[in-house]
Design a protein around this ligand. Structure first.
Ligand SMILES: Nc1ncnc2c1ncn2[C@@H]1O[C@H](COP(=O)(O)OP(=O)(O)O)[C@@H](O)[C@H]1O
Ligand SMILES: [Mg+2]
Length: 314
């Protein structure tokens, strides 16, 4: 598939998955890959502090938007600007209340803890308000593509389920309207797609398969390709290299052991990838494991190249 076409197929890509599988890395990679296709990108994090900004060599942004990567042209290819923004559920709630006539009360409410009371009384309200902010950004045309790094704890399912829960709880009024509008966004494949991230291990893959079917059934969201992160690259001829290495006997035994370990890891991984492919009829995009360094701008560039190659191979 043509990568430009892929990134233009939905205005919002929500990146979700179990905590620690590389959601933030995947979201940053997708942002970088879309930028390479000339799109302007807004990377939205649903957290207090940005985990993605350092991956672009920028300092963490707060609620305010910040430019992470400037628009540039290299060798005649235009890279789109990448901006970052983080939306916390609390900020979204305060902003919503302020813009609905509760302005003067909000500060006092925040202090008195009443915001928590509202949030507890209406389960899902915070997730809904975050999604409401994302919907507003989408309708404003804030960027060619909005990439959302979804909350880990809230789990993709809870996050995306929130609007239907709230819609049914609030039968009318502004909250109800907000929920209906967010549901329209989530249910429209030309506006929003969900990209689930996993690693090639048994438990995360089981969870991903379960989540995929559940969100598709219950939420009606379009599922994009699955991202499999931290895939161990295959090393061709590892045994031969070990045999030829100029080392002493003990060192050769260590090398052979390491090579055997690596081979068994890759075999397990292949087994899991194959299982994922047979149990979930979604295309896979693989991102390699990067060794020995923090994920910074150079690594994101490398991963973005792999991601684009993965889209081209679809
Ligand atoms: N492909 C990769 N290669 C190497 N390290 C990675 C890769 N993907 C993620 N990591 C590292 O794994 C950790 C978790 O990644 P992160 O994206 O923050 O996960 P999540 O957002 O799902 O909690 C981070 O330290 C990150 O740098
Ligand atoms: Mg994260």
């Amino acid at each position: 598939m043509d990568p430009g076409h892929f990134f233009a197929s939905s205005r919002v890509l929500v990146v979700a998955g179990k905590g620690g599988v590389g959601k933030t890395v995947a979201a940053a990679t997708i942002a970088a890959a879309a930028s390479r296709c000339g799109l302007s990108v807004l990377l939205v994090e649903v957290a207090g502090r940005s985990a993605a900004a350092p991956m672009f060599g920028a300092s963490p942004q707060g609620y305010e938007e910040a430019v992470l990567v400037h628009e540039a042209e290299t060798n005649g290819i235009r890279h789109g600007e990448i901006r970052g923004k983080s939306i916390t559920p609390d900020d979204a709630l305060v902003e919503w209340l302020s813009s609905h006539g509760f302005n003067r009360l909000v500060k006092r409410m925040a202090k008195s803890g009443i915001l928590e009371v509202i949030a507890t009384a209406t389960p899902g309200i915070k997730d809904l308000l975050v999604l409401g902010r994302i919907k507003a950004l989408e309708s404003e045309g804030a960027a060619d593509l909005i990439v959302v790094d979804a909350p880990a704890a809230g789990h993709a399912l809870g996050f995306l389920r929130s609007p239907s829960g709230v819609r049914d709880a609030a039968r009318s009024g502004t909250i109800h309207r907000q929920a209906v509008e967010v549901l329209e966004l989530i249910g429209d494949p030309e506006r929003l797609q969900l990209i689930l991230v996993t690693i090639a291990e048994e438990t995360p893959i089981n969870e991903l398969i379960e989540t995929s079917y559940a969100v598709e059934d219950e939420v009606g969201v379009k599922l994009g390709p699955v991202v499999v992160n931290s895939v161990l690259p295959r090393i061709e001829g590892l045994d031969r290299s070990v045999a030829r290495a100029k080392v002493n006997k003990a060192e050769r035994a260590d090398l052979a052991e390491a090579a055997a370990f690596r081979a068994s890891r890759t075999a397990l991984q292949d087994e899991q990838l194959e299982r994922l492919g047979s149990e979930l009829p979604l295309p896979q995009i693989r991102m390699p494991q990067i060794f020995g360094t923090e994920i910074g701008p150079a690594e994101i560039e490398l991963l973005a190249g792999e991601f684009i190659a993965g889209i081209e191979a679809l």
